[in-house]
Design a protein around this ligand. Structure first.
Ligand code: URA
Length: 285
C-alpha cells in the first residue's frame, strides 16, 4: 500500500482567493506554484531624463511651514468658467483651507473646467484624514459620479482587495483622484482639465500629509508628477512629489487595467509595487 494522501488544508483557501481574483495580491502564504512566487521578471528602471528615484529615506515632517500653492488653476481654453466664487473658487481660499472638510466645502461647487457642468456629484475623495497611505487614481467613473465616492465600482472592488492585501482597511487609507468630476464616457481627462483640478489635489495631499502615495495608472503619474514615461516602464520605481517635503510615490497599474489584463505578470507586478509601499511604511513608522 502506498503512502496515505493527506488533503491539502490550504486548498479551500487558495480556491477562494482564486475565485475572488486576489491570488497573488494577498499577504498570507498560500500554496501556489513556485513560478508564481518568483520576483517580477521585469525590473523597471527609469530612463536618464525621468525624475530621479526618491532618495530614501525621506523624513516625515509636519507640513505646517509648507507654502500652499497660490496660483489659480489653469482654465480650459475655449471654456469660460463662471466668475462667482462658488463656480470658480478663488485660489487664496482653497489653497489655505485649514482642513479637508473646508477644502471640500469651498471646492464642491467648482465649474472651473468643462467637467464640472457634466457631473452628477463632485467626488472629493475619502478615507482617514491622517492616513499614512494614500492612493490616487484618475477620475470618477459612472458609479463614483452617482455615489459621490471614489473607487466604488468594479475597479474599486479590486482596489479594496489590494488595500486589504497590504494589511489595511479602506477607512485607514485615503483615496482620491486627479480630477473630481466624471469625464464623459469615462475618457481620460485632458491635461487642461487635470491641471485645472490639480491645485485641489495638492492641497488635499498637504492636509493629509501621507507617508507614502501609491499612484494608479498613467494619469496621476503624468499630471501630478510630470512623468512622461509610460506606466509600464515606471511602475515599481520610486518617484518623489515635492510639496514642502518630499513624499515617496510608488506608481503602479490602475486596477481597471489589472481587470482588463488579468495575467499573472500584471498581478505580480502590482503586488510587488504594493509590497514595496508597505515595506516603506513598516520601515518608517
Ligand atoms: N477610476 C478612477 O481612476 N477613479 C475612481 O474613482 C474610479 C475609477
Amino acid at each position: 500500500m502506498g503512502p496515505i494522501q493527506q488533503p491539502n488544508p490550504f486548498k479551500p483557501w487558495a480556491d477562494t482567493l482564486r475565485e475572488l481574483g486576489v491570488m497573488g495580491l494577498v499577504r498570507e502564504s498560500v500554496p501556489v506554484e513556485a513560478s508564481a512566487l518568483a520576483p517580477p521578471q521585469l525590473v523597471p528602471s527609469l530612463p536618464a531624463e525621468s525624475p530621479a528615484p526618491v532618495p530614501l529615506p525621506v523624513p516625515r515632517r509636519a507640513l505646517a511651514a509648507a507654502k500652499p500653492p497660490v496660483t489659480r488653476p489653469a482654465t480650459v481654453p475655449g471654456y469660460t468658467p463662471p466668475d462667482d466664487p462658488v463656480g470658480n473658487p478663488p485660489a487664496d481660499i482653497w489653497a489655505s483651507a485649514p482642513d479637508l472638510a473646508s477644502l471640500a466645502d469651498c471646492t464642491k461647487g467648482c465649474l472651473a473646467c468643462p467637467l464640472g457642468p457634466g457631473r452628477f456629484r463632485f467626488v472629493f475623495g475619502e478615507g482617514n484624514p491622517k492616513a499614512r497611505l494614500m492612493f490616487i487614481g484618475e477620475g470618477p467613473g459612472k458609479d463614483e459620479d452617482q455615489q459621490g465616492r471614489p473607487f466604488v465600482g468594479k475597479a474599486g472592488e479590486l482596489l479594496d482587495k489590494m488595500i486589504g492585501g497590504m494589511g489595511f482597511k479602506r477607512d485607514q487609507v485615503y483615496i482620491a483622484n486627479v480630477v473630481k468630476c466624471r469625464p464623459p464616457d469615462n475618457r481620460t481627462p485632458t491635461p487642461q482639465e487635470s491641471q485645472t483640478c490639480l491645485g485641489y489635489l495638492k492641497r488635499q495631499i498637504e492636509l493629509i500629509d501621507p507617508s507614502v502615495i501609491v499612484t494608479l495608472g498613467a494619469t496621476p503619474l503624468k499630471e501630478l508628477l510630470g512623468v512622461q514615461v509610460g506606466i509600464t516602464k515606471v511602475r515599481g520605481c520610486w518617484q518623489r512629489l515635492d510639496l514642502g517635503r518630499a513624499i515617496p510615490v510608488m506608481p503602479t497599474f490602475h486596477p481597471a487595467y489589472v481587470l482588463r489584463q488579468y495575467t499573472d505578470e500584471v498581478r505580480r507586478a502590482v503586488w510587488s509595487d504594493l509590497k514595496a509601499a508597505r515595506a516603506w511604511l513598516e520601515e518608517h513608522p
